[in-house]
Design a protein around this ligand. Structure first.
Ligand code: DAT
Ligand code: MG
Length: 150
């Protein structure tokens, strides 16, 4: 089963949207297998956003993601990486359709509420960077047979 990393960014925490954002993924049927409130260090931020190093917005991105606590989680389910990106909506909230998280809760690119891994390789790397193996829980839900076909 696929896993992906999500981050409810500082603006999501400050605006009181943690529950509403997580609720989107729970309602869809994905299982939360890891979840915690953390303050991202500059070192972890630099690792996480290494692909953007050197871009004009990089310094601001690091400053922002380290500015306030975030909620970081690992979701599990069929096709969870791509489906999570679809539920988030595109990076630019003004291009994000209504019904997506960014379409419903954001107007600015740098304050777009949610991060989600963009592929299998980044998901594995990001989950390893934010969670120790013992922090990820493998557990059955009573609803699993009503969500996931054999
Ligand atoms: P995404 O978060 O959709 O994966 P990304 O990985 O390209 O998008 O960029 C990471 C974050 O950096 C994004 O959520 C908002 C910010 N960002 C991206 N491109 C930007 C730009 N051109 N100017 C300002 N901020 C930008
Ligand atoms: Mg990205």
């Amino acid at each position: 089963m696929e896993r992906t990393l999500i981050i409810v960014k500082p603006e999501g925490v400050q605006r009181g949207l943690i529950g509403q954002v997580l609720s989107r993924f729970e309602s869809k049927g994905f299982k939360i297998v890891g979840l915690k409130l953390i303050h991202i260090s500059p070192e972890l931020a630099a690792r996480h956003y290494a692909e953007h190093q050197g871009k004009p917005f990089y310094e601001g991105l690091i400053k922002h993601i380290t500015s306030s606590p975030v909620v970081v989680g690992v979701l599990e389910g069929p096709n969870v990486i791509g489906v999570t990106r679809a539920l988030m909506g595109p990076t630019k909230p003004w291009e994000a359709p209504a019904g997506t998280i960014r379409g419903d809760y954001a107007v600015s690119m740098g304050l777009n509420i949610i991060h989600g891994s963009d592929g299998a390789e980044s998901a594995a790397r990001e989950i390893g960077a934010f969670f120790a193996p013992g922090e990820l829980l493998d557990y059955p839900r009573a609803t699993d047979p009503w969500i996931i076909e054999d």
